[in-house]
Every structure is written in C-alpha cells, then in structure tokens.
Design a protein around this ligand. Structure first.
Ligand SMILES: Cc1cc2nc3c(=O)[nH]c(=O)nc-3n(C[C@H](O)[C@H](O)[C@H](O)COP(=O)(O)O)c2cc1C
Ligand SMILES: Nc1ncnc2c1ncn2[C@@H]1O[C@H](COP(=O)(O)OP(=O)(O)O)[C@@H](O)[C@H]1O
Length: 360
C-alpha cells in the first residue's frame, strides 16, 4: 500500500483488498490515459458520499447529476461514519496483459495515473490484482465479494461499455440490476464523443483512439481527447555526451518501462523541471524546446532514446525529473551523412518549434 501525497492532498493506493479506506463510492474501469471520457465516469463519485449522506439527513435535496455540484449544506455536520471515500477501482496488471502474456504499454503508467486522479479529487485508487481467480468470478460474485463485502461500496459509476466478471459476461446494466439488490445506485455514463471535422461526425473518445493519434503523430488530436497535453515524465540520465559537441546538449530522459511512446521523430515541446521525487501536477514555469524520440541512426545509436534540448538553458539537468508536454510533431527521424548536416537540421527544427510554440 502506498500513500502518495503532496501539498496536503493525497491518493491512497491500495494494491490489495486489505487496508482499504471504506466505505467507498467507486468508479470502475481501466482508465488508461485518464482522458475526458474517464473524467465523466469519475465525476459522480467525487464527494458523492457526502452528498448522499447529507441528503439522507434532509439537509439538501438529492440531485442526480454528472456535473460538479457544490454542496450547500454544512459539510462539517458529517460524521466519519457517514463519509465515503471517492475511489477508483481498476485492474492490475491490465487485463489484456494478463490474457496475452504480453506487456502492455500504457498512456498513464501507475505514477502518472495517480497524479491525474489526484488532480481530479480522487482519494483512493484500488488496484485489484487481475489474476486467474479474479477473472473467473461471476458477475454476481464480483458484486457481492469485491464491491459489497470488501469495498463496502455505497455508490458506483461506470462507462456505458463497461463489462465485468468471467468472460466479460456482465454489462453495465447487469451491474445496475445486481447492485440494486444491495441498494447501491449505479450511474451509467454515456460514451463521451467529440466532433471530427472532415467529414463531420461524432466519434467516441477512447484510449485506443488516443493511442492511434499518438502513433500517427497527430498530437493535437491526442491532446484534445485527453483534455491536457500528452506528457513524458522521467529522470535525466547520461547519454553519449555528443550533444554538447554540436551545440545542442540534450537531456536524455528515462521513462517508466511501460510508458506508451508516440511516433518516432522530432517534436516541439514544453518542459517543466520537477524535483526528482516530486509527483506534482501543479503547472511549473515552463521551458520551451525540441525533443527527439528515436534510435539516432546518424550516430549509430544502438537503442531508442527520448531526449530534449531546452531553449535558452545552459544548466545541468542530470538527476532532475522532467515533465515533457508534446505540442506538435515536426518531422520523422533521419540518418544524416554527417554530424554537421544533423546540426543544420536541428537548428532548423528549433526555428520552426520556437515559432510554433510562441503562437500555440
Ligand atoms: C531536435 C533534435 C532532432 C534530432 N534529429 C535526429 C535525426 O533526425 N537523426 C538522428 O540520427 N539523430 C537525431 N537527433 C539525436 C542526436 O543524434 C543526438 O541528440 C546527439 O547524438 C546527441 O546525443 P547525446 O545526448 O547522447 O549526446 C536529434 C536530436 C534533437 C535534439
Ligand atoms: N539547453 C539544454 N538542454 C538540455 N540539456 C542541457 C542544456 N544545457 C545544458 N544541459 C545539460 O547537458 C546535458 C546534455 O548534454 P549532452 O552533451 O547531450 O550529454 P548527454 O549525452 O549526457 O545527454 C543535459 O543532461 C543537461 O544536464
């Protein structure tokens, strides 16, 4: 179990079903990316318990709503017993990883997911170990054993396409019917869509659509669906020390192994310099720069790297934690005939990126 906290705000991360903060108001799902559609699923459980229990005392009328309503009653009148913890319940490892045996790259590896959930106001993240036993639970047993007995669930929210239980047999509607036996209300949140321009059509926001956008270098679209810039967060490690010799020192960033990487190539980016151990989500003063993701064929690179050159910066960054926000894909990586030719191209990349970032 982990309690990740900063600035007095924290998310309690329970890796098993022991040590839970109960009772809970639960949003259920995989939530990879914590995108705009996920926000809508999580919203109904934020302070839901407070609202329900205050309402039960006749202090305010109950209003079923997905938007972020403020309580008008005095929250101080709530006792600990009546309080529920806004909780996201997800599966670990990702069910697809369990079934295929292949590691799955994630838009939001655990640390980043925790940060994003915290910024939404979630108090607890429960990682249900996705194993043979859990995957074999019937929908009925999942509700009774996990949601009712272990999580002491008072309220549930799921997306319209949520499936659960053995062979994904249970639907969101089944969950609603099963939970009703225990008087647990279930909000089924309709799929959130966005309007694509050509041809104009409503497209559901999804993790796979965001992955697809990132794979094709369509960063604007990925950022639109995420509701924030896609970010690469990691600590600066040593590279080959060649960058400084061509006038473009680059901070080489070590990412979590399971981080999903966008298309290889060069990007215009904004960079926050965080302290090494920080999990902060509060925006920092930002530096602008260019980033390369790739194998560096010009210098016979042997492995993939992610490296950032910051504009107007000349200090040491080794050991610092950087959060690199992707703004736009500029070009694919190329093998240049010489370091001089690479240098000329990077100069050009910087000019394009500066222009782009100044108007963005
Ligand atoms: C904006 C930018 C664009 C780059 N483009 C390429 C490229 O097209 N081909 C390539 O082989 N390396 C490219 N690189 C990577 C350089 O080869 C690398 O930064 C250089 O070898 C220094 O590496 P080091 O940090 O390990 O010393 C690029 C780097 C930056 C910052
Ligand atoms: N403008 C800058 N952008 C990125 N890193 C910089 C910059 N100025 C200085 N540095 C420092 O220089 C290091 C990169 O220099 P470089 O020669 O490319 O070495 P390495 O191969 O170890 O990355 C960075 O890790 C950082 O500590």
């Amino acid at each position: 179990m982990l309690n990740l906290s900063q600035n007095g705000c924290s998310v309690w991360v329970a890796s098993s079903t022991e040590g839970l903060l109960t009772p809970t108001a639960v949003a259920l799902g995989k939530f990879d990316g914590v995108h705009l559609g996920h926000h809508r699923v999580i919203q109904p459980v934020l302070h839901a318990g407070d609202r329900l229990s205050v309402a039960a005392q006749g202090l305010v009328p109950v209003q079923e709503s997905n938007d972020n309503q403020q309580l008008t009653a005095d929250e101080g009148q709530l006792t600990n017993k009546e309080r529920t913890y806004s909780t996201v319940v997800t599966f670990h490892p990702h069910p697809q990883e369990f079934f295929t045996g292949q590691p799955r790259a994630l838009l939001t590896p655990l640390d980043e997911k925790v940060q994003q959930l915290r910024s939404l106001g979630v108090e607890q993240l429960v990682l249900l170990p996705f194993d043979k036993e859990l995957s074999a639970l019937s929908p009925e047993d999942f509700v009774e054993k996990i949601l009712v007995q272990q999580l002491q669930c008072q309220r549930i929210s799921v997306g319209h396409d949520f499936c659960f239980g053995k062979q994904r047999r249970g639907t969101a509607r089944d969950l609603q019917l099963l939970a009703a036996k225990y008087d647990i209300p279930v909000t089924i949140v309709p799929l959130q869509t966005y309007t694509d321009s050509a041809p104009t059509q409503e497209i559901p926001i999804s993790t796979s659509l965001i992955r697809h956008s990132l794979e094709s270098g369509d960063i604007k679209n990925a950022n639109l669906l995420l509701g924030r810039p896609y970010s690469l967060i990691g600590v600066v490690v040593q590279g080959q020390q060649l960058g400084r010799t061509i006038g473009f020192p680059t901070a080489n960033i070590q990412l979590p192994q399971d981080k999903f990487l966008p298309r290889k190539g060069v990007y215009a980016v904004r960079v926050s310099i965080l302290s090494k151990t920080s999990d902060e989500t509060v925006p920092q003063p930002q530096n602008l720069g260019v980033m390369n993701i790739g194998d560096r064929p010009t210098v016979n690179g042997t492995c993939s790297s992610v490296e950032v050159h910051l504009f107007d910066w000349s200090n040491d960054l080794y050991g610092k934690k950087l959060a690199v926000q992707l703004v736009e894909f500029l070009r694919p990586e190329e093998k240049f005939p010489s370091l001089e030719a690479l240098k000329t191209q990077i100069q050009l990349d910087c000019t394009v990126a500066r222009k782009l970032l100044s108007v963005d």
